[in-house]
Ligand binder design. Structure first.
Ligand code: 7GP
Length: 838
C-alpha cells in the first residue's frame, strides 16, 4: 500500500503533514487559533467555556496525529486484534487524561496561565462522558486506558447514547432524576458518516434448497435501521499508541423517510419513523446489577452487536485470509452477557452469508469469543422471552435453537445417566413463556469464561455454572481479578501524592509499572515522608470539605475522620447497614455526658451514589441518609462529633475529588454478592484504609496489604445460605443496639416513620435477605476499633503508607496482560514512529 503512492504526491503530503505540539508556545498558538477560528470567539469574549474548547481542540489535534498513525501501523502490522464489546463505557472527563497521557500538561498549564486562565477551572468546564452505570462501565474505561498504554492493538465497541446516566438532584431529601444531554459540545468524537451499517429487525425467514442441494435460510422483509460510527481516540500513557473507541448511533435508513406523507402535510407522522429509529441509541438503561427484559433494550443489544460484527468482519475480509484464520486475527471479549447476541450473529454471518458448514463455523465462533461474568445476583442474569426473540430476531432464534440442540446432544452423549441435567443446562428455560438464558449462551459460545476476583470466579463454578464445569472441565473457567488505571486514579485524582511518590522513586515509572510502589516501604518510617503524606491527605480532605460546603451547605471539619461510602445504591451493597451504624453512633453520643463526649473521635459520614429510578428501596435508603443528616447536622449536642452528608450526583469526576479524601471507606456487601468492587482499590491506592466484608476483591486486597492494615468484619459467604434459612425457621433475636436504632426510626426522630418502614420491615419481618442484623454487631464493634486506631495517628499513617506500597497488583495493566495471555493470545505492537505522512 505504501509503495503505491506516487513520489511527488507523497512529498507534498509530507511537507505539510501535521506534527504534534510539544511546547507551551506551540500549545498557545493552537489553542488561540481554535478559539478564534473553530469557535469564532476573540480575546474579548473568551470565557472559561471557550478556553476549555480551544484547549480540548488543541489536544484533540495532537491526539489525532498519533491516532491516525496508530491505526495505519496496526493495519500494516496485521497481527491479532482485540475487540472489547461493552454496552457501557464510563469514561468521565477526557481533557485532563489526554494532557496527562500525552505528557503535555505542563505546557498547557503554563500556556493557559499566559492566556489568563487557571488550569483547574478549565478542566472543570468539561462534562463527564457518563455512558455507564457503575463498576462494569468504569472497568471498561480503565481497560481501554491500559490497552492503549500497553500498546495492544485493540478497539472498544459501544453505543453512543444521546443521554448518559441521569443527573441526580436531591430535593427535600429525595432523589430526582434529570436527563443528561451531554452532546452539546463534545470535541472528543469524530462522526464517520461514511462508516454505516444497515441493521435489520423483525421480518421472516425463508428456507429453500439451492442448486447444489444445500438448505439455505434467508432473513428478509425486516425493518432497516442505520448504524453510524462515531470514533473516540483513546490515548495511551507515555506512548504514541492511540486506540479507537467506536460508538454506534442509530438513524433512519436512507429511503425510510416518508416523503409522500411529508408532501401531503402530515409532517409529524413522517418524522415518526425517523424518531423511532433514533430512539434505539437514545438512552442508557439506568440499572446496575438488574435486568428488566424491555424490548428496546434487546433492540439496542442487537443493533450494537450486528454493527460491530459487520465492521470486524469487513476489516478481516480486506485481509483476504481464509475463514479458519479468523480466530487468529480477531479476539472478541464480551463484557457480561449484554453482547451475547454477537455469538449467534457471527454464526449467522458464517453459515447464511459466507456459506460455511455449521461445525466449521461454530468452531470459529467458539475460538473467537471470551465471556466475562460480573455478577451472580439472580436478578441481574439476563433472560429474554422466546416470543420477543421470535418477533424481533427470528433467524437468531432458530440459530440459538440449533446451538442448543448440538449442545444438548453433546451433553446427552457424555452424561447419559443424568437426564435432569439437560433441563438444567438448556439455553432455553421451559417456563411460561419460555426464556433464552443469555449467560448459558455466552458460556457455550466462548472458549473462556472468567470472573472478576478470586472468590467470585470460584463462586460461579460452584453456583450458576456448576453443571458446565462438569461438562467442559475446569479449564474453560478462569479468574482475572479486576484492576484500575493508576493514571486516572492516582496521578490525575491525587497529583500531590503522585508527585511525592515520584520524588522518592526517582520518577514516574510506577505509573507504567505499579508494582514499583513496593519501594515505598523503605519510607514508612521516614519522618519527612510521613509528614508530607499526612499533609497531602489533609489537603485532599480540605478540598472535599469545600465541595461539601459549596454543594450541601454543611461545614465539616477536615480534622475529623472521613468515612466514605460512594457507589451505586443497592441493598446488596448495604448502605442501609452504614446509615443504621450512623444512627447508632448518634444515639450513643446523645446518651453520653459532656465528659464522655470529649473522648470521642469526630467523624464525618459521607455517602454518594445513584439509585436506579425504579428501585424504590434504594431511593428509600437515600431518603433516610438525608433525613438522618438533617437531624444530626443540626443537633447542638453533637457538634463536630458527627456529621452525615449525601454528596449529590456521584460520578467519575466527583470520584476524583472524593477518593483521595478518605480515611476509611466502606465496602460492606453481604458476603458473596459483590463480584469484585473496584473503588476499594482506588481508596487504598490513595492512602485510605477500608472497612469491608470478606467479599470480592477485599479478600485479595487483604492478602496483598496484610490483615493488620484492613478492618474486616461480618459473616463469610459459605455461611450465608444457612443464616438466611435460620431467619425463617428460628425466631431470631435482634441485637439490642440495632433494636434501639429501629426504635428511634419508629419514634419518628428522623421524620415520618412510615416513610422508612419498608426498610426496617425488610429486616424485621421479611427475612433480612442481606443479613444486616447478622452483621450489625461486628460492624459497629469494628467501627469502635477504627476510632481507637485513628487516635494513634503514628500507627495509622504507617498502615496507610504500607498499604499504598503493596497495591501494585491492582493495576488494570496487570489485568490486561492476563487477559492478553490467558484469553486473547494477542501481543503488544511496538508503536515505532513512522515517517511523516505515512
Ligand atoms: C459490577 C460488580 O457489581 C462489581 O463488583 C465489579 O467490580 C464490576 O462489575 C466490575 O467487574 N457489576 C456491574 O456493574 C453490573 O451491572 C451486572 O453487573 C451485569
Amino acid at each position: 500500500v505504501e509503495a503505491s503512492i506516487p513520489e511527488p504526491q507523497r512529498a507534498a503530503w509530507q511537507k505539510f503533514s501535521a506534527e504534534p505540539f510539544n511546547t507551551k508556545e506551540q500549545f498557545e498558538q493552537e489553542a488561540v487559533r481554535h478559539i478564534e477560528t473553530t469557535l469564532a470567539r476573540s480575546l474579548y469574549n473568551c470565557d472559561e467555556g471557550a478556553a476549555y474548547g480551544g484547549t480540548a481542540l488543541a489536544f484533540r489535534d495532537r491526539m489525532v496525529i498519533d491516532w491516525n498513525r496508530t491505526q495505519q501501523n496496526q493495519t500494516f502490522a496485521d497481527q491479532k486484534r482485540v475487540y472489547y464489546l461493552s454496552l457501557e463505557f464510563l469514561m468521565g472527563r477526557a481533557l485532563d487524561n489526554a494532557m496527562l497521557n500525552v505528557q503535555q500538561k505542563d505546557s498547557a498549564k503554563a500556556g493557559l496561565a499566559d492566556l489568563g486562565f487557571r488550569m483547574e477551572d478549565i478542566i472543570n468546564q468539561e462534562r463527564d462522558a457518563a455512558l455507564g452505570n457503575g463498576g462494569l462501565g468504569r472497568l471498561a474505561a480503565c481497560f481501554l486506558d491500559s490497552l492503549a498504554s500497553l500498546n495492544y492493538p485493540a478497539w472498544g465497541y459501544g453505543l453512543r447514547y444521546r443521554y448518559g446516566i441521569f443527573k441526580q438532584e436531591i430535593i427535600d431529601g429525595y432523589q430526582v432524576e434529570i436527563p443528561d444531554y451531554w452532546l452539546d459540545f463534545n470535541p472528543w468524537e469524530f462522526p464517520r458518516h461514511d462508516v454505516t451499517v444497515d441493521i435489520q429487525f423483525f421480518g421472516n425467514v425463508r428456507k429453500y434448497v439451492d442448486d447444489s442441494g444445500k438448505q439455505v435460510s434467508v432473513w428478509e422483509n425486516g425493518e432497516i435501521v442505520q448504524a453510524v460510527a462515531y470514533d473516540v481516540p483513546i490515548p495511551g500513557y507515555a506512548t504514541p499508541t492511540t486506540n479507537n473507541l467506536r460508538l454506534w448511533s442509530s438513524k433512519a435508513a436512507s429511503g425510510e423517510f416518508d416523503f409522500q406523507k411529508f408532501n401531503s402535510g402530515e409532517y409529524e407522522s413522517s418524522v415518526a419513523d425517523q424518531q423511532r429509529a433514533e430512539t434505539i441509541s437514545a438512552v442508557l438503561y439506568p440499572n446496575d446489577n438488574l435486568e428488566r427484559g424491555k424490548e428496546l433494550r434487546l433492540k439496542q443489544q442487537y443493533f450494537w452487536c450486528a454493527a460491530s460484527l459487520f465492521d470486524i468482519v469487513r476489516r478481516f475480509k480486506k485481509s483476504k485470509k481464509a475463514w479458519k484464520e479468523f480466530p487468529n486475527a480477531v479476539a472478541i471479549q464480551l463484557n457480561d452477557t449484554h453482547p451475547t447476541l454477537a455469538i449467534p450473529e457471527l454464526q449467522r454471518i458464517l453459515i447464511d452469508q459466507e456459506g460455511l458448514e455449521w461445525d466449521e463455523a461454530w468452531s470459529i465462533v467458539q475460538k473467537t469469543f471470551g465471556y466475562t461474568n460480573h455478577t451472580v445476583l439472580p436478578e441481574a442474569l439476563e433472560k429474554w422471552s422466546v416470543p420477543l426473540f421470535q418477533h424481533l430476531l427470528p433467524r437468531h432464534l432458530q440459530i440459538i435453537y440449533d446451538i442448543n440442540l448440538h449442545f444438548l446432544q453433546y451433553v446427552e452423549r457424555n452424561f447419559p445417566k443424568d437426564r435432569e441435567m439437560l433441563g438444567r443446562v438448556s439455553i432455553i428455560e421451559e417456563s411460561q413463556p419460555k426464556m433464552v438464558r443469555m449467560a448459558y449462551l455466552a458460556l457455550i459460545g466462548s472458549h473462556k469464561v472468567n470472573g472478576v476476583a478470586e472468590l467470585h470466579s470460584d463462586l460461579i463454578k460452584t453456583t450458576i455454572f456448576k453443571d458446565f464445569v462438569k461438562i467442559y472441565g475446569p479449564d474453560k473457567f478462569t479468574n482475572v481479578t479486576n484492576g484500575i488505571t493508576p493514571r486516572r486514579w492516582l496521578h490525575q485524582a491525587n497529583p500531590r501524592l503522585s508527585e511525592l511518590i515520584a520524588s522518592k522513586l526517582g520518577g514516574y515509572d510506577f505509573l507504567k509499572d505499579l508494582t514499583l510502589l513496593h519501594k515505598l516501604e523503605n519510607y514508612v518510617d521516614d519522618k519527612a515522608f510521613r509528614k508530607e503524606f499526612q499533609e497531602i491527605k489533609f489537603a485532599n480532605k480540605v478540598r472535599l470539605a469545600k465541595h461539601i460546603k459549596d454543594t450541601n451547605g454543611v461545614s465539616v471539619n477536615p480534622a475529623a475522620l472521613f468515612d466514605i461510602q460512594v457507589k451505586r445504591i443497592h441493598e446488596y451493597k448495604r448502605q442501609q447497614l452504614n446509615i443504621f451504624g450512623v444512627i447508632h453512633r448518634y444515639l450513643t453520643i446523645k446518651s453520653m455526658s459532656p465528659e464522655e463526649r470529649k473522648k470521642l473521635a469526630p467523624r464525618v459520614s459521607i455517602f454518594g451514589g445513584k439509585a436506579a429510578p425504579g428501585y424504590w428501596m434504594a431511593k428509600t435508603i437515600i431518603h433516610l441518609v438525608n433525613a438522618v443528616g438533617a437531624v444530626v447536622n443540626n443537633d447542638k449536642d453533637v457538634g463536630d462529633l458527627l456529621k452525615c452528608v449525601f454528596v449529590e450526583d456521584y460520578n467519575v469526576s466527583k470520584a476524583e475529588i472524593i477518593v483521595p479524601a478518605s480515611d476509611i471507606s466502606e465496602h460492606i456487601s453481604t458476603a458473596g454478592t459483590e463480584a469484585s468492587g473496584t473503588s476499594n482499590m482506588k481508596f487504598v491506592l490513595n492512602g485510605g484504609l477500608i472497612i469491608g466484608t470478606c467479599d470480592g476483591a477485599n479478600i485479595e486486597i487483604t492478602r496483598e496489604i496484610g490483615e493488620e492494615n484492613i478492618f474486616l468484619f461480618g459473616n463469610l459467604s459459605e455461611d450465608v445460605e444457612d443464616l438466611r434459612h435460620a431467619h425463617f425457621y428460628s425466631k431470631f433475636e435482634f441485637d439490642p443496639q440495632l433494636q434501639r436504632v429501629f426504635d428511634a426510626i419508629k419514634e419518628g426522630r428522623f421524620g415520618d416513620a412510615g416513610q422508612f418502614s419498608a426498610l426496617v420491615n425488610g429486616i424485621v419481618e421479611h427475612g433480612d435477605y442481606y443479613l444486616v442484623s447478622d452483621d450489625f454487631k461486628s460492624y459497629i464493634d469494628t467501627h469502635t476499633l477504627i476510632d481507637e486506631a485513628y487516635k494513634d495517628q503514628e500507627s495509622w499513617v504507617s498502615k496507610c503508607i504500607t498499604s499504598v506500597a503493596r497495591m501494585g497488583f491492582f493495576s488494570s495493566d496487570r489485568c490486561i496482560d492476563e487477559y492478553a495471555e490467558m484469553i486473547w493470545n494477542v501481543e503488544p505492537l511496538s508503536p515505532t514512529k513512522k515517517a511523516k505522512g505515512v
